[in-house]
Design a protein around this ligand. Structure first.
Ligand code: TPP
Ligand code: MG
Length: 343
């Protein structure tokens, strides 16, 4: 029996609920542009489509393990227990945000919940996570570091330097490569963009003599299985692994920076807006990880349709409350602007 087959119904339902929470949270961020124009003052990058990769991976962690993603980072702290209301307030730049409104969408942190930092600099978070892995090894904390980054990050020097050191020192890091098919406005395929060497991207692991595997990132249990093995390896002192989860970012790369005129909606996905390729978008949309997992759970009797609906309704209420809480929260005082500046 595989580890995924051994998951209890309770755990599977928890996983489904977390995926729905991430999606609904991102939907609410997106709707803010339409429903409350001007509220969002900085960038926001959404992780819808990544729910299978995020939840599949995080369902394998032990309570003390660290989670260190890149800048597309709303979903992870939700799963770790950061209240949605404080996350939404942070994204709105409000005082009750999880970072007091100083971080915003790209720089979320909740160290008490094992979510130390994120970074808007592509591949920088890979180096941060590798350093955290070294700390865990030196201090013998027993922690595994879950490091998430995009396909685009594998073109950066930070990726190669980090995996090299992690491999030599056998650091307890699981590198989860989220191949969402796009790097901002550039498609990942070799032919289209003449951008990206290596297919599948997981074969880059061979250069460091560490395990590398590509899984269907729209299938939460496939991710769970592969990342679980990688995490066990890290826990056993055998060093890092690379798991590539292939899926599709379902929203546009991000909003345009909020300079006048104030945007009143989130842009369309690049496949449609830039490449005019509605078929590509539709094909991936038909593999929506949440729809697939719901059908599986209802199909095998783990969930009834009514029970799934109950979860979805509960989550909708949670996220509506998060928006109202964030809207009611004050902005930080102007004189606090320089408070956390180290220069
Ligand atoms: C070092 C660096 N170069 C360029 C950018 C601009 N940039 C922002 S997002 C992005 C694409 C990242 O693609 P990927 O790593 O696949 O992550 P995804 O957005 O798909 O999650 C780029 C190039 C940046 N933030 N940092
Ligand atoms: Mg990408």
């Amino acid at each position: 029996m595989t580890k995924a087959e051994a998951l209890s119904s309770e755990r599977l339902i928890w996983m489904y609920a977390q995926m729905v929470r991430i999606r609904e949270f991102e939907e609410r961020v997106k709707r803010t542009f339409t429903e409350h124009p001007g509220v969002m003052r900085g960038h926001a990058h959404l992780g819808d489509g990544a729910e299978g990769a995020i939840v599949g991976a995080l369902a394998t962690r032990a309570e003390h393990d660290l989670v260190m993603p890149s800048y597309r980072c709303h979903g992870y702290p939700l799963v770790l227990g950061t209240p949605a209301r404080n996350l939404m307030a942070e994204i709105y730049g409000r005082k009750d945000g999880v970072c007091g409104g100083f971080g915003g969408s790209m720089h979320l942190a909740d160290p008490a919940r094992h979510f130390p930092c994120t970074s808007g600099i592509i591949a920088q978070s890979i180096a941060h996570a590798t350093g955290a892995g070294l700390t865990a090894q030196v201090k013998k904390t027993g922690q595994v570091v879950y490091c998430f980054f995009g396909d685009g990050a594998t073109k950066q020097g930070g990726f190669y330097e980090s995996l090299n050191l992690a491999a030599i020192w056998k650091l307890p890091v699981v590198y989860v490569l989220e191949n969402n098919q796009y790097q901002a406005y550039t498609h990942v395929s070799l032919e289209d963009a003449n951008e990206m060497a290596g297919d599948p991207l997981s074969q880059k692991a061979q250069a460091f003599s560490i395990p590398g595997e590509t899984v269907d990132g729209t299938h939460v249990l496939e991710v769970f299985e592969a990342v679980g093995q990688a995490a066990n390896r890290a826990r056993d002192g055998k060093g890092p692994s690379l798991v590539e989860a292939k899926f599709y970012r379902l929203s546009a790369h991000g909003n345009a920076i909020t300079v006048p005129p104030v945007p009143t909606q989130f842009p369309e996905h690049e496949a449609v807006e830039v490449y005019g390729n509605k078929a590509e978008y539709a094909e991936w949309k038909s593999k929506d990880p949440i729809v697939k997992f719901r059908a599986r759970l209802v199909g095998n009797g783990t969930l009834t349709d009514a029970a799934a609906k109950q979860i979805e309704d509960r989550v909708a209420t949670e996220m509506e409350e998060a928006v109202q809480f964030a809207l009611a929260s004050p902005l930080p005082a102007p004189e606090e602007a320089v408070k956390h500046v180290c220069a």
